[in-house]
Design a protein around this ligand. Structure first.
Ligand SMILES: NC(=O)c1ccc[n+]([C@@H]2O[C@H](COP(=O)([O-])OP(=O)(O)OC[C@H]3O[C@@H](n4cnc5c(N)ncnc54)[C@H](O)[C@@H]3O)[C@@H](O)[C@H]2O)c1
Length: 396
């Protein structure tokens, strides 16, 4: 491209902020975030003014001005925004979860935790397939913003795996913390689920990616997920839960604990845990047990820095690490948390994919397979852990 790659961000919340910061760190490619759109005029105008970009009243207004749509909306809007962008011939970056099931449109009485999970799985898959079909038809890039794929520790493991020709026998990982701050999170209609969809998607997709890398290295094609057994619980809504005020507890109809056991088509396995009941900052970790090495990827906490602070107040204005409850005593501040989480590397890869035409490392295969696993996991949890086959998109 002669001119800069022009990006338009949809949504002006938390993810839009860290995506915008990541564009500023892109090297070797001329990229310009030209505008933003989101439903609340005040919010989008404040977001735009702070960054000197253009606020657009709607997606339709922004589309002609951009080459790439960066979809930073909540899960329920991922499908319509992405499809509209592909139909307009734009590349699309879409945040996690790729898509899912959010109940019948406009039905405020919908409770996802009580809704039949077979139907939910079918609907979530249909949604994912519609987006993939639109991407394939448009011939534009679908970039799935799963930042864990780009975390330096996960990329190092990918290098070790491919250069040593290793086989992952068992992968174990998780994401947990004391509760998401987003008001949309907790309401299935908006978030598409709880810990399983919102949190386990991260370690799960990193493992799906590593099994893809392993498969391509050893056999010339990706190893895919095959069958899942899962459990979910609503621990903070259990009448016997004793609330001491340290955890978020106002979830409407989502689980706050989930575990997924996954078998791959090569017979090897992974286990992923996710929850909203863990104090002490975000716990993001992945362990790989391979036939020729073992690794532990610590995204957070990460001990590249250790700090002792004798007095809480003196660090009031200093950011240490995500969702830590206190700054007093010993902690492990993240010197560059975005980098450790893979945010700038993700946007760099997406911009390179757009300019060169190659596939991004986290693309439609990871996006599609993750939806299949996550919603098959809900069906298994409904059946108290019975094994469920993971349906794969025949187009991929
Ligand atoms: N990768 C990560 O680490 C990470 C972290 C946080 C959030 N996320 C993901 O990013 C997405 C957004 O989360 P968030 O925390 O920024 O949420 P948020 O609630 O802070 O912001 C969402 C934004 O989207 C706007 N929006 C809602 N519906 C829209 C629509 N139909 N069209 C256009 N704009 C619309 C909202 O007005 C708001 O500006 C979610 O999918 C979430 O899972 C990912």
């Amino acid at each position: 491209m002669e001119r800069p790659v022009r990006v338009g961000i949809v949504g002006s919340g938390n993810a839009a902020v860290f995506h915008y910061e990541a564009y500023k760190r892109v090297t070797g490619i001329d990229v310009k975030v030209v505008g933003v759109t989101s439903p609340h005029q005040n919010h989008r105008e404040t977001f735009a003014a702070k960054r000197q970009i253009q606020p657009f009243p709607s997606l339709q207004d922004m589309l002609p001005a951009v080459d790439v749509i960066d979809n930073c909306t909540p899960g329920y809007a991922h499908e319509p925004v992405s499809i509209a962008a592909f139909e307009a011939g734009k590349h699309v970056i879409v945040e996690k979860p790729f898509t899912g099931y959010y109940g019948p449109e406009g039905d405020d009485s919908f409770h996802g935790n009580r809704f039949p999970k077979q139907k939910m799985l079918e609907e979530a898959l249909a949604s994912a397939r519609r987006v993939i079909a639109a991407a394939l038809k448009s011939n534009q890039k679908l970039c799935y913003a799963e930042n864990w794929v780009y975390a330096p520790a996960v990329q190092k493991e990918a290098e070790i795996l491919s250069k040593s020709k290793g086989q992952i026998l068992w992968a174990l990982g998780g994401q947990s913390h004391s509760g998401s701050p987003s008001p949309a999170y907790g309401i299935w209609r908006l978030s598409g689920g709880g810990s399983v969809v919102g949190k386990s998607c991260h370690p799960l997709t990193a493992i799906l990616y590593l099994k893809q890398v392993e498969g391509v290295t050893l056999h010339g094609k990706a190893i895919r997920p095959k069958a899942v057994s899962a459990r979910t619980h609503e621990i903070t809504r259990n009448p016997r839960f004793m609330d001491r005020g340290f955890l978020r507890t106002d979830y409407r109809d989502i689980e706050d604990y989930g575990q997924i056991h996954l078998v791959y088509d090569d017979g090897m396995v992974s286990d992923v845990f996710a929850s909203e009941i863990v104090m002490g900052g975000v716990h993001n970790w992945l362990e790989i047990f391979a036939n020729n090495h073992r690794s532990r990827c610590n995204l957070s906490p990460n001990n590249s820095m250790e700090l002792y602070n004798p007095k809480e107040e003196q660090l009031a204005d200093v950011y240490l690490v995500e969702k830590i409850g206190t700054k007093q005593g010993w902690s492990t501040p993240a010197p560059d948390e975005s980098f450790l989480f893979g945010y700038p590397q993700e946007i760099q890869d997406f911009m390179e994919a757009v300019v060169t035409g190659r596939e991004p490392k986290s693309g439609m295969l990871a996006a599609s397979d993750s939806v299949g696993v996550l919603y098959a996991a809900y069906l298994s949890a409904e059946r108290k852990g019975a094994e469920v086959e993971v349906p794969l998109d025949p187009a991929l």
